[in-house]
Design a binder for this molecule. Structure first.
Ligand code: MN
Length: 220
């Protein structure tokens, strides 16, 4: 029984080991052709436009924080960001990795009963899509490698957050801690305070108090 269990454990950990970096998928095809000379498609570009869901929920639990969630492999990879995002590239915000959440969680706004895990008020603070913003031609491989390797480069297409961002994992023991950093681009804003600028729900326009009080408003 014990050996069966440990065999299963070994199989599981072997499965969950990060995959070896795959060769760029169109490497050979592209190497053989000079695209300045031939009208054939280069390939590997359309995929870069692929987008997945992202959401940020403002969560007044025992401590106020912002939950950043990025879709990857059928779940929402999640980080609790105590101070929330900053548009200032000089400001690095601590982002504590937490458990994966279901994709359906992206629609949740409301209250969690006191005494339950995360009890408090949850607001949909921003939402939209994101894409891979790193050097690999295959965006899925880029996101997987970035997440496994602790250097995730993404482009956000939200209502309030846009442009290029990085999540960088710190080398610390215990629960993985990352830094959320805005890259310099046209959406960066030195000295800005985006969480103070936007204090209502991106979905319903409600304040935290209105959500906590159960005020109903149609979603937008
Ligand atoms: Mn939370």
């Amino acid at each position: 029984m014990a050996t069966e269990k440990s065999a299963k454990r070994t199989a599981r950990s072997a499965q969950s080991a990060p995959p070896a970096p795959p060769a760029p998928p169109l490497d050979e095809y592209q190497r053989k052709r000079d695209f300045a000379e031939t009208a054939e498609p280069r390939g590997g570009r359309a995929q870069r436009g692929v987008r997945w869901a992202f959401v940020i929920q403002k969560h007044a639990a025992s401590h106020l924080h912002y939950d950043l969630r990025l879709e990857l492999d059928g779940v929402m990879k999640s980080w609790a960001v105590p101070k929330g995002p900053s548009l200032d590239p000089a400001v690095k915000r601590l982002a504590m990795q937490v458990e994966d959440h279901p994709i359906e969680y992206n629609k949740f706004e409301g209250t969690i009963p006191a005494g339950q895990y995360g009890g408090g008020t949850v607001m949909l603070w921003d939402r939209g899509t994101f894409g891979y913003d790193g050097p690999l031609a295959d965006p899925v491989a880029g996101l997987r490698e970035g997440y496994a390797g602790g250097d995730l480069k993404i482009a956000l297409h939200g209502k309030r957050l846009r442009g290029s961002w990085a999540l960088v994992r710190m080398r610390r023991p215990g629960r993985p801690q990352w830094l959320l950093i805005k890259h310099r681009d046209e959406f960066a804003e030195a000295g800005s305070d985006v969480t103070a600028e936007w204090t209502t729900s991106v979905a319903t326009g409600r304040t935290m108090e209105e959500i906590a009080g159960g005020v109903r408003r149609r979603g937008r």
